[in-house]
Design a protein around this ligand. Structure first.
Ligand code: 5AD
Ligand code: SF4
Length: 465
């Protein structure tokens, strides 16, 4: 995992280096210490880390690339699947010796929220445990740690505020992530998120739009609005913007060329969102709409609030748009009690929906979730078998869909350069990866037209026009 650490504070804040240096000197925060921040998990988690890094940088800390040279070691990790907690404790074991060397060690994110004070019991060398709903309090909590307190926690989830910071240290210099809604009020029976991230809180539209304008001024041309259920957005500001109106307003910010949003919940996916995408080319033609299962019986047990038929109606609505809109999804294989017939319905839903991409997971029992108590007669090997069948089926669908794109041209935001000469990589608005050739010297961060010359299941190849 390589991240650019050389993005200047001046670029992040829009302030000159001179004025920043004076601000730090005046506040007595200059060169306070160094931090190492390790992150695992979803985009929300990655973005939380960007914000945490911003908070620390603005307090005079410097980010370093190895725990060996850090005075503060932070571990931000996700608990949505797998035995994340186990992984955390084994990593914390590696950091144990470092506490003896005077380092402060902290655990952030969903695992912190889930395990809480238990972490101090199992890893007494940890001084800070802070869940994502409490990041606003980080400066306060850090002050307590700095004052010598060895068991500092931020574990409330009842806060009705969202985590906004003065400054966010963004990892990608072209695409900026922006959380517009935190937590989740849905109660999917398999999911730990409502427990770890707390109830849904939306950020005020005026504050979002102000940050988008600042991001555009700093040179970002693509923004991705984030939320566990991003389209359940409910503006707390008096103007009460609908989600689709917010999308349109974000797209209109001068300098913004692409607006993405993820993750959408099918129940809140309304026709005005499709109309907005149709009317505004700067809204990307991609919707991530997790279905989780193709069987209405399993969807009920998952408490997903829609049936197979209702979901397919949403797909038909999106496919009915004037622009072709890519649709991607998440699926869980082997939910407790999933029968062969249920699974066959998921396979037939893949056929009907014709997704452009799919993330699929084997059901993983999580603490504090209702499905933990459900009878689960499906053996692990059977769940793995179903997952493999799903993935193979989707691979075939993607190969066929991508093959049809050969000969078409797309606008690409170039975000990578291959070691091979004249080879670049970028994303289409519909979020496909294209590896392409160009004779240009410098393309990173620019938009170019590329003609597709070949296609595989997961990416396209092409040449710049
Ligand atoms: N087991 C397996 N997959 C899960 N997801 C969420 N919780 C679980 C779980 N307990 C998947 C869902 C969700 C994605 C982010 O992770 O498919 O959409
Ligand atoms: Fe979890 Fe369901 Fe909320 Fe998504 S909508 S975060 S799966 S509870």
């Amino acid at each position: 995992m390589s991240k650019p650490f050389d993005i200047g504070l001046d670029r992040l804040t829009g302030k000159s280096r001179g004025s920043l240096a004076r601000e730090f000197a005046d506040s007595g925060l200059a060169s306070r210490g160094t931090f190492f921040l390790e992150t695992f998990g979803c985009q929300m988690n990655e973005h939380d880390s960007e914000k945490v890094a911003g908070v620390l940088l603005s307090r005079g800390y410097r980010q370093v690339e190895s725990p060996d040279s850090a005075s503060l070691i932070l571990y931000n990790t996700c608990s949505i699947r797998e035995k994340a907690a186990q992984k955390v404790f084994s990593r914390l074991g590696e950091y144990r010796m470092k506490q003896g060397e005077g380092r402060i060690i902290g655990v952030l994110g969903c695992v912190a929220q889930q395990e809480g004070e238990e972490i101090f019991e199992r890893a007494p060398w940890v001084s800070l445990v802070c869940g994502s709903a409490s990041y606003r309090k980080l400066p306060e909590l850090l002050a307590q740690v700095e004052a010598g307190n060895r068991r500092v926690t931020g574990l409330d989830t009842d806060t009705d505020e969202t985590f906004e910071t003065e400054m966010t240290r963004r990892d990608n210099p072209w695409r900026a992530y922006l959380t517009i809604i935190e937590g989740c009020d849905k109660a999917c029976s398999y999911c730990v998120v409502p427990y770890t991230r707390g109830p849904e809180r939306s950020r005020a539209s005026d504050s979002i739009l102000k940050e988008v304008r600042q991001l555009a001024e700093l040179g970002y041309s693509e923004v991705q609005l984030l939320g566990q259920t991003v389209n359940s957005y409910a503006d707390p500001a008096p103007r009460k913007m609908r989600f689709s109106d917010l999308l349109l307003s974000v797209a209109e910010a001068p300098g913004i060329r692409r607006v993405r949003f993820t993750t959408s919940h099918p129940s809140d996916f309304t026709p005005d969102i499709v109309q907005a995408i149709d009317s505004e080319p700067r809204l990307c033609d991609h919707v991530h709409l997790p279905v989780q299962s193709g069987s209405t019986r399993v969807l009920r047990a998952m408490q997903r609030t829609y049936s197979r038929e209702e979901y397919l109606e949403k797909i038909a609505m999106i496919r009915g748009a004037k622009r072709a809109i890519s649709i991607t999804t998440d699926i869980i294989a082997g939910f407790p009690g999933e029968t062969e017939d249920d699974f066959a319905e998921t396979l037939s839903l893949l056929e009907a929906a014709q997704y452009d991409s799919m993330f699929s997971f084997k059901y993983s029992p999580r603490p504090h979730t209702p499905s933990l108590a459900m009878n689960d007669p499906v053996p692990e090997e059977e769940k793995s078998r179903r997952l493999a069948i799903l993935q193979e089926k989707q691979r075939e669908i993607q190969s066929a869909r991508n093959a049809k794109l050969v000969g078409n041209s797309f606008e690409i935001l170039v975000n990578g350069k291959s070691r091979r000469e004249n080879q670049w990589t970028g994303h289409t608005s519909c979020h496909r990866v294209i590896n392409f050739t160009s004779q240009e010297q410098e393309l990173l961060g620019t938009y170019v037209q590329v003609r597709v010359t070949g296609a595989g299941p997961n990416s396209l190849v092409g040449e710049q026009i």
